[in-house]
Design a protein around this ligand. Structure first.
Ligand SMILES: [Zn+2]
Length: 70
């Protein structure tokens, strides 16, 4: 059972990222940048909510890549 969940931008409702449901809890609190509208979303309670803008070079997808590299 590894169902992917589409996480949609709080602002424009486009799909920002697809994650397996089993991994959602590990990603809580991470920021995701919407490529469509450029707004930050933060993953909370398994949904994307309005994120706080901060340095775009930290705490976005880069963290994911490092997680899986090791
Ligand atoms: Zn968006």
């Amino acid at each position: 059972m590894n169902v992917n969940m589409e996480l949609r931008c709080y602002n424009c409702q486009s799909v920002v990222v697809e994650l397996p449901v089993s991994k959602l809890s590990k990603k809580e609190g991470l920021n995701f940048l919407c490529e469509n509208c450029g707004h930050f979303n933060v993953l909370k309670h398994k949904m994307l909510q309005k994120g706080i803008e901060r340095n775009p070079f930290i705490n976005i997808f880069g963290i994911d890549e490092r997680d899986t590299a090791f």
